[in-house]
Design a protein around this ligand. Sequence first.
Ligand code: NAD
Ligand code: TYD
Length: 359
Amino acid sequence: MRDAILVTGGSGFIGSNFILNWIECVGSPVVNLDLLTYAGNPANLSSLQGDPRYRFIRGDICDSELAGSLLREHQPCAIVHFAAESHVDRSIASPGAFLRTNVEGTCVLLEQARRYWSSLSLADQHAFRFLHISTDEVYGSLGPSDPPFIESAPYAPNSPYAASKAAADHFARAYFRTCGLPVLTTNCSNNYGPFQFPEKLIPLMILNALEGKPLPVYGDGLQVRDWLYVDDHCAAIRAVLQDGRAGETYHIGGSSERTNIHVVKAICDLVDEMVPPVSTGPRRNLIATVKDRPGHDRRYAMDTSKIRRELGWQPSIVFETGLRKTVRWYLDHPEWTEGVRTGAYLEWIQQNYTRRPER
Ligand code: NAD
Ligand code: TYD
């Protein structure tokens, strides 16, 4: 076994931030297995071109032969499994891809990891880690005064996305309990930061605000998410890989609960400050409440006392600072934005928002 890690879905939002962060902070080799779906973008990692520590393989996590041969060839000491279909609205429109990648793909990886792990020496087996990256959405929705989710909260997924991630979490758990594979699971709250695909709330609102387009807030906009700057998520994953206990689940979150409407107004104000509106008036005027998402979860929040207590991790970037950095990043990288807004992206925007007349 070598000191390389295998990352799946490393060309997406969190995966690419994680790889950049890993190369900078740890520096051991990374093999990135990514299918490059609409959400995967090699440009996120263009700064690693020619770096001998980085290797990209385009492929599907559902391809068991490929996964098995990559493990045998690169002999990684850990797998960090990000690859997924990740957008709730798309899961409502077409759940099939979520079942395939999130459930079947995770099972394929777990099985190939088990076979590879069984071939290792006892010392290497002990050191090996399969880190399954999951979400707070598996627990369903909280009421306004409920305490945040703890690691033993019952699963109650409400969207096809959440259901597929919940199923994957159960398989990850089963591979630890039944086979002894050293699996760890992290369930994280909503991330934001550079390289996030502009179908998700924060980048969509930044880009629409910049372009003077309507800002479509679902329902009453009082749904609550717990926002975490992506670099803090990457640091938490490194802490779990290094010191987390096999078979355990760790919650990761920003302890930054905000309503959607609060987030959208904050984005309007930041964009107004950085690119003053000359003739159009304040960007808050662009806010349009539209038809709600079916099954829309009202509130998520994570109790992160376990990871704070056991691994000494805590978020380091407060929401207002992280949001400012994020708006700045999108303003400074128009070429990235242009690159991801392909015909397929425009088609999705058309499909999602024409079904959502104003309320
Ligand atoms: P993303 O959609 O930006 O990226 C997903 C990546 O997976 C893309 O690069 C895509 O090409 C790749 N991929 C998709 N299907 C694949 C397949 N069959 N084989 C190989 N690669 C494939 O997602 P993200 O926001 O970076 O999320 C990464 C992980 O973190 C996901 O597992 C998600 O459930 C989890 N998560 C995300 C958030 C969030 O706020 N974004 C919060 C908690 C957990
Ligand atoms: P999203 O970024 O899709 O993440 P998730 O659904 O996984 O939490 O959405 C975050 C919140 O923003 C969610 O409550 C839905 C809401 N939302 C809007 O109000 N308008 C939009 O156009 C989008 C994409 C999301």
